[in-house]
Ligand binder design. Structure first.
Ligand code: NAD
Ligand code: DAU
Length: 367
């Protein structure tokens, strides 16, 4: 039985992780610490809050006394650290929050974990840090995918802040013996993803009949993974991976952005144009007006410093821990689309500002 502290558990991946964990390990206690920034949403966890093994705490990872009291009072033995500023475009417009949360916040957690788990009352523990493939920089078309020993070369303030946090986690293991592990994952998609990220943005814009902004030529490549396949990887690392190890997690699923956008257009057109109920619910969807959603594709000014290609070599976690994603892109994207069609209230409340913090990073200026 574990007592787990999940930071950032009201965000996209953290929410999915909480449901994954409570379903798979019903004996475990799960505490979420989340500051509820624009990207955090307590309503995501409404169902979890009916479970007596679950507790939500509204607070900041920078608050050391709070973190210390949670580690002690809940006898936490496992910390899974998702909390972060996560959107590259926002880091380009305003890097400060990324430095505070991603670097200083991670360090606050590390030094508190060291104090409680090593200095005051040594006990078995694990600090798992959730990181990203963006720390490795950008690949050329024929480069091999990122492996765990690929040198770091972060290009955006977001990626640089995550790279810094990875180095701090590694240093706390090497210097103090804190039992840490790190996973560097590729692009996730799935339920609860905030509609500023490519896939949910494209789905919701099509349903609203709004332009589909494609940065630059749209030929940038990302390696997409269904969110619960990321959580499966973290689960295997916690169950079987040794402290001090780093694992890349990915789905071997490279797509250009423009092909992702066109695929979602086709799926929605196929799904909406022959369904009376959906046609009624989404009257602004282009398919309801007899047009194909691809007519909404709008090439806009490129992201500054835009990484051209990411791809993950997941050999270490596959052969070492038996990892294999459960979803193909075909099944994962359909599940995701069904979730967004079904949860219209969720994404509309975000977009109309009912969750109060939606500030669009506006890129829809057609060239
Ligand atoms: P998200 O932006 O959806 O959620 C982040 C959560 O962290 C929110 O609930 C927010 O309220 C919370 N948070 C932010 N600052 C905080 C603070 N100072 N104290 C406490 N809570 C705070 O992010 P996500 O997409 O779910 O990403 C989660 C983690 O996974 C991040 O560390 C990110 O770098 C990493 N990651 C994401 C992806 C992806 O494709 N989304 C891929 C690889 C790695
Ligand atoms: O690779 C892992 C990373 O994936 C995570 O570490 C980040 O937290 C997560 O946000 C994601 O970063 P990206 O920048 O790759 O994701 P995003 O959804 O913002 O963009 C995906 C690609 O689509 C990227 O090449 C930019 C492009 N894009 C994005 C948006 C929002 C567009 O062309 N138009 C858009 O409107």
């Amino acid at each position: 039985m574990r007592n787990i502290l999940v930071t950032g558990g009201a965000g996209f991946i953290g929410t999915n992780f909480v449901y994954y964990w409570l379903a798979k390990y019903p004996e475990d206690h799960v505490v979420v610490l989340d500051a509820l920034t624009y990207a955090g949403n307590r309503e995501n966890l409404t169902e979890a809050e009916t479970n007596p093994k679950f507790k939500f705490v509204h607070g900041n990872i920078l608050d050391q006394p709070l973190v210390e009291s949670l580690l002690k009072n809940h006898k936490i033995d496992t910390l899974v650290h998702f909390a972060a500023e996560s959107h590259v475009d926002r880091s380009i417009h305003g890097p400060d929050e990324f430095i505070n949360t991603n670097i200083v916040g991670t360090h606050t957690l590390l030094k508190t974990a060291k104090k409680v788990w090593l200095d005051e009352n040594p006990r078995p523990h694990r600090f798992h840090h959730i990181s990203t493939d963006e720390v490795y920089g950008s690949l050329k078309p024929d480069d091999p995918p990122f492996a765990e020993n690929t040198p770091y070369a972060p290009n955006s303030p977001y990626a640089a802040s995550k790279a810094s946090s990875d180095h701090l986690v590694r240093a706390y293991h090497e210097t103090y013996g804190l039992q840490t592990s790190i996973s560097n994952c590729s692009n996730n998609y799935g339920p609860y993803q905030f509609p500023e990220k490519l896939i949910p943005l494209i789905i919701t814009n099509i349903l609203n009949g709004k332009p589909l902004p494609v940065y630059g030529d749209g030929r940038q490549i990302r390696d997409w993974l269904y969110v619960d396949d990321h959580n499966l990887g973290v689960d295997l690392i916690l169950e079987k991976g040794n402290a001090g190890e780093i694992y890349n997690i990915g789905g071997n699923n490279e797509w250009t952005n423009i092909d992702i956008v066109k695929t979602i257009c086709n799926l929605i057109h196929e799904r909406v144009s022959r369904n009376k109920d959906l046609l009624k619910r989404y009257p602004n969807c282009t398919s309801a007006k007899g047009n194909h959603p691809q007519t909404l594709i709008t090439h806009v000014t490129d992201r500054l410093g835009h990484d051209r290609r990411y791809a993950i070599n997941a050999e270490k976690i596959s052969s070492g821990l038996g990892y294999s994603p459960a979803q193909s892109f075909e099944t994962g994207i359909r599940k995701t689309l069904e979730w967004f069609l079904d949860k219209e209230d969720w994404w509309r409340r975000i977009m109309d500002g009912s969750y109060s913090k939606w500030i669009a990073v506006n890129y829809d200026d057609p060239k």
